[in-house]
Write a protein that binds this ligand. Structure first.
Ligand code: C2E
Ligand code: MG
Ligand code: MG
Ligand code: MG
Length: 278
């Protein structure tokens, strides 16, 4: 076959690579099929005010069940879905699930935010903001209660278009957070121009607290947020020591296994009904 003939010319070629590509294609095919058959799930992880420990929202996180009862991590399959062009349709479905979830929350008297992750290919769709508005209007959900989490890679792309899109979303009431802040390359001068609501401190900068100097980055992000008038939320909070330091730094909100893990919608509802701060 052609790939084999190419072998002597391409010194990067290896059977490993071929195997990897076949594995990827297999996974993509399976993902497409499972999505079409309605097998994907959206789980939700609570987000809390660090001050009051009240639950102020939850993040929608994709889950892909595999045959053996385990879940394939979105860290693996979301990048595949992005490459295969599947993330646009899947992302639209996640947004719709988030809208339904938000209304369920209103139904139990907890009108909190639902945050949805957005990838670059989704954000690049023509009239992206209008698509979001249409979906929220169709579901009659309060735009102020749906938040989008975008990474720095989304924001760094065609900054002019991004500003317009964020502005349009903001005027409609949808807030945007920068996810995994500090792990990508963000120009700080761009940051100032973007109509954002939150900076999300990546787990990498929370993980080693209180060891090393890792608290330094969290400190920096919190003060940056304060100066820019943005709220800060830390992800991946697992210990009381981390929570204490983040509180001392003035971080507004937290999300992490220490408080609650991501869970299916029905579990979230049960959790919220019995949850008491402290
Ligand atoms: P993310 O948006 O940064 O989501 C936070 C991740 O941190 C989640 O991983 C969550 O389960 C994990 N996490 C939260 N608290 C803790 C903690 O205390 N300890 C540890 N070890 N982990 C914690 P998850 O669910 O595996 O998702 C991974 C990534 O996949 C997400 O990172 C996001 O970038 C992407 N993703 C997930 N769902 C979607 C989606 O619907 N659309 C898009 N475009 N991307 C998604
Ligand atoms: Mg996120
Ligand atoms: Mg994150
Ligand atoms: Mg992260």
């Amino acid at each position: 076959n052609q790939a084999k003939q190419g072998k002597k010319f391409l010194d990067w070629y290896s059977p490993d690579l071929e195997e990897k590509m076949a594995w990827r294609l297999g996974l993509i095919r399976q993902l497409r099929q499972d999505f079409e058959y309605g097998k994907l799930e959206v789980w939700y992880q609570p987000q809390l005010s660090l001050d009051t420990l009240e639950i102020i929202g939850c993040e929608a996180l994709l889950r892909w069940p595999s045959d053996n009862g385990h879940y394939i991590s979105p860290a693996i399959f979301v990048p595949l879905a992005e490459d295969a062009g599947l993330i646009v349709d899947i992302g639209q479905w996640v947004l719709e699930q988030a809208c339904l979830q938000q209304k369920k929350l209103v139904g139990i008297g907890m009108d909190i935010n639902v945050a949805v992750n957005v990838s670059v290919p989704q954000f690049k769709v023509a009239n992206y903001a209008q698509g979001i508005k249409d979906t929220l209007l169709a579901h009659k959900v309060d735009p102020k209660k749906i938040e989008l989490e975008v990474t720095e890679s989304v924001v760094m792309d065609e900054i002019g278009v991004v500003i317009d899109t964020l502005q349009e979303l903001k005027e409609f009431g949808v807030e945007v957070a920068i996810d995994d802040f500090g792990t990508g390359f963000s120009s700080l001068s761009y940051l100032q121009k973007l109509p954002l609501a939150r900076l999300k401190i990546d787990r990498a900068f929370v993980k080693d607290i209180p060891d090393n100097d890792s608290g330094a980055i969290a400190d920096l992000v919190v003060s940056l947020g304060r100066h820019l008038g943005l709220k800060t939320i830390a992800e991946g909070v697992e210990t009381q020591a981390q929570a204490d330091l983040l509180k001392q730094l003035g971080c507004d909100e937290v999300q992490g296994f220490m408080y609650a893990k991501p869970m299916p919608s029905n579990e979230l509802m049960a959790f919220l009904k019995t949850y008491k701060p402290n």
